[in-house]
Write a protein that binds this ligand. Structure first.
Ligand code: DGY
Length: 320
């Protein structure tokens, strides 16, 4: 009997076909709804291998249910949904999809910055609601992006590509990161700032850190209070890096001008979420990497890792 690869999401078009010589494939068949946690807990009991996505919580408790699981590939560059320490202790290999989604996610980060600055969502809503009644001198106006100061928090591959885009808008780009990035400073003309200085100086802030214990609520009430009242903050990282309650208060009280977020603590976010009631907040349904080309490349990364494993080659894209 072949070992079982459980794909805990719906992967269309027989994309996993080339793994069939090595494994029996079981797959979540609903292409709209994420696999519920209790189903994942059941699947892990029979799985030799798991192929997961970010909504699947592969916690220590889930991993402790199995002694036969050998490898997990995560269809994402982020892997905060997997307890990698627990996986490591159990000798389970974990791989991700680095490098292939940075450009696409940088595009979305910049699009959200533009959307927030120019109030594009709110203006479009007004048009749909028949509230576009004429040309007003100061109606529907946003704020300029060009020649403003952008602060990037988390200067990895995506941050660098956001900086590259910002240079086309003649922006002054600041960044904050755990460590200085001298090469990026030279290549993209970005300047290092402490977190507090960046918060105080930037007109736009893009948050791009992974979610860890250290970055949970990195943007909290205090951080939001340090921002300019005219500033906008964009979260393309993970829900939980920005304190959603504090963000709501800051937007309602006019402590900052606008915000956009591709990510939420609870995903899919409830349509009753308080942030969704605000005209100066732009939500997106976690689509940072969502282009056909990029998703294909991400699948390819995971397939390459599986094939390497099954043919005893060195496994690429290992997290651990
Ligand atoms: C990632 O790759 O981490 C994305 O957020 C997944 O959609």
């Amino acid at each position: 009997m072949k070992p079982i690869l459980w794909i805990t999401f719906y992967l269309p078009n027989d994309l996993a076909e080339r793994l069939k010589p090595y494994v029996t494939i079981k797959m979540w068949q609903d292409d709209i709804h994420d696999m519920p946690q209790e189903e994942i807990e059941a699947a892990v009991l029979e799985a030799d291998y798991l192929w997961t996505i970010v909504p699947n919580q592969i916690t220590a408790a889930v991993l402790n249910r199995t002694t036969k699981l050998k490898m997990i590939t995560n269809l994402a560059v982020g892997f905060n949904n997997i307890d990698v320490e627990a996986a490591k202790e159990k000798g389970i290999i974990v791989t991700n999809t680095p490098d292939v989604l940075s450009e696409t996610t940088a595009d979305l980060a910049f699009a959200l910055l533009m959307t927030s600055a120019r109030r594009m969502l709110d203006n479009a809503k007004q048009l749909y609601q028949g509230k576009w009644l004429g040309w007003q001198v100061f109606g529907m106006t946003g704020t300029d992006v060009h020649h403003k100061t952008l602060g990037i928090i988390g200067m990895g591959a995506i941050g660098e590509l956001v900086a590259k885009r910002a240079s086309g808008f003649d922006m002054n780009v600041l960044y904050h990161n755990r460590s200085r990035k001298e090469e990026a400073e030279e290549r993209y003309g970005v300047t290092y700032r402490s977190k507090n200085d960046l918060l105080a100086e930037a007109d736009f802030i893009i948050v791009l850190t992974p979610l860890t214990k250290e970055t949970h609520h990195l943007i909290d009430r205090e951080a939001l209070a340090m921002m300019k009242r005219t500033a906008h903050i964009i979260n393309v990282a993970r829900g939980g890096v920005v304190d959603e309650e504090a963000l709501y208060d800051a937007l309602v009280n006019g402590e900052i001008a606008g915000a956009a977020s591709d990510v939420f603590v609870e995903e899919p976010v409830s349509t009753n979420h308080p942030l969704l009631s605000l005209p100066n907040f732009t939500p997106m349904p976690h689509i940072g990497s969502a282009t056909v080309e990029t998703r294909q490349a991400m699948v390819q990364r995971n397939l390459d890792a599986w094939e390497a494993y099954f043919t005893n080659q060195s496994i690429p894209y290992r997290v651990i």
